[in-house]
Design a protein around this ligand. Sequence first.
Ligand code: ZN
Length: 268
Amino acid sequence: MKTLPACWMRMTLACIASLASAGAAAADRWAQLAYEPVALAWSAGEVERATAGNFDDIVRRAKGQGQYGCETSCERVRRVFERLVPLARAQTPRARHLPWTLTVVRTPGVEALALPGGQVVISEAFIHEHKMPDTQLAFVLAHEMAHSILEHERQTLHFARMLLRQDVPRSVADMYVEMGYNFALLSSLEPVMQQGEFEADELGLLLASAAGYAPRDQIGFMARQAVMDKTPRALVHTHPPARERLAQLRARLPLAQRLYAAHKAQRR
Ligand SMILES: [Zn+2]
């Protein structure tokens, strides 16, 4: 995701895949694969409220350009998203109560993103450009949902707060102002943001696998990105190189495959 606050990070290893009970868990309930971060600055609600305007901006811009809503992939995108939502809700107490929504736009430059409040946005142009089958669409959506589940935005803000003077009270809005002009701060956050991407990849792959999407097919999207190897020129690299993300995804394939098998066994 490219839009600033939406696709940001986290700080500890919240994304712990406990598969010991995955088979049994999938049999009678959705598998829990993630845990909530703890001891962060500001509440989840404060971060959700501070970022809600970003979603409104995306919608307003899309409507203003006549590019709001889907045209050709509506049913398919809705179906994939609805298969992922129960898995997302099962991950943490907070995720259970998020009002998960999916918004499709056709705005150039928008790919996919998720806000802390559970609003997921994807561009139909992005889906068409990459000719995404359902498996890859599921991975992309689940990756974005993982950012919301793991509270990466809140964790980024917390890390940023730790790097500033502690004797000055700051609101979430203050932090966005600070990050808007403090390049040194943003640059220092690069490893945190990249870690968030690795974690969203991992949890996204596992969620989509548990929802019944073949793991090896899911990572086809990242495999193509790795071949193209188009690391964008940027002052701050919020995302790791695609080849590194692909390597991590491949390392998680055995676990993802077991979740996928558990899903299929459950449906027999
Ligand atoms: Zn991301």
